[in-house]
Every structure is written in C-alpha cells, then in structure tokens.
Design a binder for this molecule. Structure first.
Ligand SMILES: C[S@@+](CC[C@H](N)C(=O)[O-])C[C@H]1O[C@@H](n2cnc3c(N)ncnc32)[C@H](O)[C@@H]1O
Length: 367
C-alpha cells in the first residue's frame, strides 16, 4: 500500500514516489545518505527513510519545509493526538478570555470571511499563532496535517476547511471572492481540531518510519554548511522549472497559515528567484552543482528531474552537463530520458495553461 504520509499535501511539480523509489533502489544501499536540496513536499527523502537510508531534505519555502520535516521526524500518533487535544483545550480558553486571535488578515478580510466559517477561522488563527513548527517536531506534524486540508473541494466526504477551492494551489483573493459571491457559496462550518484528528488517524494507518531524517528551511546554497561532514551517495532532486510557477504565490494561503502575509507574495521567502529567465536559471543550476560538488561522495550519483517552458530535452541535458563544471568534479552523464507530464502532477495545478508537456530525467555520476 502507498504510504499515507506521501499524500499529506499536494505540491507543484511533485515527484511521484515511484520515481524516487526506483532511483534509490538502483543507486544506494541501506544506510547510505540520500539528499534533496529542493525537497518540496519531501517525497524523495521520506521514501529514502522508508527504504532504510539516511535522509536530508532542504527547501526555501516554509510549506515545503513543514511537510518535509513532518515526514522525516514524525511523532507517534499518541503524542500527536495528545497535542491536538491540548491545543483544542487551550484555544477554548483563549477564545473565552478574548485573547488576541487575530490572524493578521489585514486588508484581506473579505477573502478570509468568505474562505472560512467564523469558528474555523478563529481556530486557524489560534493555531497559526501557537504552533512552533520551525522548532518542534510535534508541532511541525500538526501544521503539516492542517496545511494538507486547509483548502479544497467542498463535499460531504472531503472535509477540507475552506469554501470551494482547489486542493492544489491557493487561488488569488479577488478571483476567489468573486467566484464565491457569484455562486452564493458559503464556507462549511468545520471544527479544525476534529478534522485534523481524523486526518491524523488516517495518515497513521501506515506505520511511521522509526529512523529520523533531517530537514532544513534554507536556500540550497546554505546546505553544505548545515549538513557538515556527512556525504550523500545520491542527490536526487527537481529544481524549480524555468518560467513555470512561483511556489510562494501559488501556496500563499498555506504560507499565511505558517505565519506569512495575508495575501499572495513573490520573492519574500524565496530570496532566490532565479527561475524566470534562462541566464539566471542556469546560474541557479550552477549553484546546485557547487552544492553537489561538496556533498556527494566520489562515485556517488546525481539524479535531476527538470523542465522549462520552451526548453527542449537537448537544451536541458546540455545545460545540465555544461553547468556541471561548477561542481569542480569530474561529472559523467549516465542516462537521460523524457517523460510525459501526467495529469496528477503539474497539469493538475493549472489545467491547460502551462504548455509544459515533458520533463527530462538525467542521471550523472560524480568522481
Ligand atoms: C520542483 S519543486 C520540488 C518538488 C519536489 N520534488 C516534490 O516532490 O515535492 C522545487 C522546489 O525548490 C524550492 N526552491 C526554489 N529555490 C530554492 C533555493 N534557492 N533553495 C532551496 N529551495 C528552493 C521551491 O520552494 C520548491 O519547493
């Protein structure tokens, strides 16, 4: 059975776990370290843990970090449910005592009042202020389970917390408000604590791995310093695709829940915004090779899934190989292949609007 942590929350351009699984199986042994410096929702490092490898994931986006951390450092279900009970009790007291439960909705109140029922919003604002997801494994899991159901389709079984929205990206405030008003849609009255308790029980029907990995909220250029003396047998990753999305903007509502701005932003968390023009794009990939040069063992492997608007397989492979000199290591391209983008990945986020049909997978050896 597919491990239920994998689908905790969708993420743009996420790997299917089978992609990570087959490379990890082929290129590593139990105990080896697997590293993903653009970890997104954490699929590659989490799959590595499941397969008895050591795992490190890093990402600059708090949503990605919280998902990666929760999967790599999961608490027991008993601890998780006890923490949810404790938060529920404390939130009741906070509301009774009229402590500040304002979630900094700023000028975006219209959106928030139509997005969430009053009690749901109060509970979310409480959790937003209370959860110590960046320093506490237990709170990272509570936050991850909550962002996974923060928005989605409204129907009897789904139990998402918001008014009608896609589960994938957070739609823009003005568009959403117009959409809800025109259709007379009102948000469902959900008890956040009940929803996340049920979701947690569902996720934990798969046994959590007892081995723990390491997650970092950082620019990939900082990883060598964070990782220290450990070296990876396999670096497996997919960098942001050229001119395709802004992870920060597309995940803005999840970002708000994690303490971010109450409206879509670009370039606030991701100080590395080099994926909109070719020149900058390849300088970002050159930095990825510098990181690989420092962190991959001699004889180790690098697997990169990459794509870009208007970029051919040839351009992508040549670009990757050309920039690999920045690793200051001898790098050999072992194989490359093209895969069709399947609906459940990028297309599911912006149906029909991307023009991105293929992804390229390249496998390298580093000496
Ligand atoms: C294509 S996604 C990775 C998806 C991932 N493979 C998964 O399965 O979910 C690229 C990721 O790179 C992150 N990112 C962009 N620039 C970064 C940087 N300079 N350092 C670290 N992460 C970065 C984005 O936040 C995004 O999560």
């Amino acid at each position: 059975m597919r491990h239920r942590f994998h689908s905790m929350c969708p993420y743009f351009a996420m790997f299917p776990e089978s992609f990570a699984e087959s490379w990890i199986e082929e290129l590593t042994q139990p105990g080896d370290l697997v590293l993903d410096p653009f970890s997104g929702r954490g699929t590659a490092p989490f799959q590595a843990l499941l397969m008895g490898r050591a795992a490190v994931g890093g990402d600059i986006n708090p949503v990605a970090y919280v998902l990666t951390r929760a999967k790599l450092r999961s608490p027991s279900l008993r601890q998780l449910l006890a923490r949810i009970d404790e938060l529920e009790e404390k939130s009741r007291v906070a509301v009774r005592q009229r402590e500040s439960i304002d979630g900094d909705q700023g000028e975006n109140r219209d959106f928030f009042e139509l997005a969430f029922a009053p009690r749901t919003l109060v509970q979310l604002c409480y959790l937003r202020k209370e959860l110590q997801w960046s320093s506490d494994d237990l709170d990272a899991m509570v936050a991850a389970v909550t962002v996974g159901c923060l928005h989605g389709e409204v129907n009897a079984t789904a139990n998402y917390l918001s008014n009608q929205m896609p589960r994938t990206i957070s739609t823009k405030p003005n568009y959403s408000v117009k959409f809800w008003r025109e259709r007379g849609l009102i948000p469902p009255d959900r008890d956040v604590f009940e929803v996340i308790r049920n979701r947690a029980k569902y996720r934990y029907e798969s046994n959590r791995p007892l081995r723990r990995g390491q997650a970092w909220l950082c620019d990939m250029r900082e990883l060598p310093r964070k990782v220290g003396s450990k070296r990876a047998q396999l670096l497996i990753t997919s960098p942001p695709y050229l001119d395709t999305t802004s992870f920060e903007e597309d995940q803005w509502l999840r970002g708000w829940f994690l303490g971010g701005a109450a409206m879509p932003t670009r370039g606030v968390y991701s100080r590395d915004d080099r994926h909109y023009t070719r020149d900058k794009y390849w300088s970002m990939i050159a930095d990825l090779w510098r990181v690989a040069g420092q962190l991959v063992v001699p004889g180790g492997s690098v697997v990169i899934r990459i794509a870009g608007r208007g970029m051919s397989e040839d351009e992508l492979c040549r670009g990757l190989l050309g920039t690999s000199v920045c690793s200051q290591r001898n790098v050999k391209l072992v194989s490359s292949g093209v895969s069709e983008i399947v609906r459940r990945q990028t297309d599911a986020f912006r149906p029909g609007s991307l023009g991105l049909r293929t992804e390229v997978d390249c496998q390298f050896k580093m000496y």
